[in-house]
Design a protein around this ligand. Sequence first.
Ligand SMILES: Nc1ncnc2c1ncn2[C@@H]1O[C@H](COP(=O)(O)OP(=O)(O)OP(=O)(O)O)[C@@H](O)[C@H]1O
Ligand SMILES: [Mg+2]
Length: 445
Amino acid sequence: MRLTRYFLPVLKENPAEAQIVSHRYMLRAGMIKQQAAGIYSWLPMGFKVLKRIEQIVHEEQIRAGHIPLLMPTLQPADLWRESGRYDDYGQEMLRIKDRHDRDMLYGPTNEEMITDIFRSHVGSYKDLPLTLYHIQWKFRDEVRPRFGVMRGREFLMKDGYNFDVDKAAALHAYNRHMVSYLRTYERMGLTAIPMRAASGPIGGDNTHEFLVLAATGESEVFYDSAVTDLKLGQREVDFDDRDQVKAICDEFTTLYARTDETHDAALFDAVPEERRKVGRGIEVGQIFYFGTKYSEAMGANVVTADGSRVPVEMGSHGIGVSRLLGAIIEASHDDKGIIWPEGVTPFHAGIVNLKQGDTATDAACDAIYKALKAKGLDPLYDDRDERAGAKFATMDLIGLPWRVTVGPRGLANGVVELTSRRTGVSEELTAEAAVARLAEIYADW
Ligand SMILES: Nc1ncnc2c1ncn2[C@@H]1O[C@H](COP(=O)(O)OP(=O)(O)OP(=O)(O)O)[C@@H](O)[C@H]1O
Ligand SMILES: [Mg+2]
């Protein structure tokens, strides 16, 4: 993409309404525009990152054996009357009437609808295990929408639902989700710690939240600092292997890590003092096992191997897809702007032309642009007729992890400059070597 042909409405001033850095940078970098409290348009660069995050979520869900589908945003109230949640959900639910005076709602989550799909089509243990998920917009009429996409009213969520014949199988599904989430967040450059949580309106007693440590997080967290060193990394996971998957969950949930809702001072005191940490975290996901809460209420039964009919065992599992943009920026920025991790960056590299209109410099930039595209990379070429300082400021603000700077002086010596946004370290090398280096860096992503 050439910047002169793109739509990147960068703001010079700090928007007064933004209280935290991720909200400020998303507005300044032209990623989102607020349309009403907690409701945003996703401008091209914000949309691009959102799609990259979605893609990672899809890949890791499919890797774990989970199946994508798509349910609507609007739901009939009757389904929610069956589970009893139509009245319980309260004012967070946006209730709508259609022209026939039928009660509808904008879904805040989808347990009822997925249970309805299941009971309409599945009746035998032979069709289990089954995990269905979608990535769809949700609406919750939050009392205090704030911090930009972090606490929106309309927000994008991945929500998945497992159906299993017995509790052991459902707990395996729970563990499978935990492991798939660990890899999902790591690919986004995040350390998200699974913490034992309280269940809220979804119900059930087995639940973990995934928290990204950040001073601006809304949850208070208590943890053993050793949990932050745990990494899933590239290890092979066989998602059908119950023992292996459980062993990974044990590895990640044995050290003390809880939110204020489940914090236990006595257990925390047993953590060695120098590792005892109190901080704040952003909830980027949550998994629940709730057994037969919905299947019993809604008559979703399966016939087991011995011929009996039992309510199907279930759980639900969410990732805050749109909130993740905010969480990633909170975890990765400096005073000049965003620093995108390679896994989610909107463009792989920026090309800065220091002398727009100079024939040799323009030609060198074009050649690098084409060479990067030929390697399957997606560059953003700042081809505006602007001062170098303004171009650097834009690149720093929008946070592409790598920048190739091209100017007449370097070209006279046969070199361009490759700069890491994270470290600020620059290196002079030939244009070909810069392209090869970038291809090598992104081969791992
Ligand atoms: N208002 C919101 N705006 C953006 N993302 C949200 C919002 N509410 C929930 N999410 C995301 O969706 C995920 C799954 O939803 P869940 O039902 O667990 O939310 P929740 O526990 O009610 O969230 P919170 O405690 O932050 O209100 C959450 O972990 C979070 O990342
Ligand atoms: Mg939650």
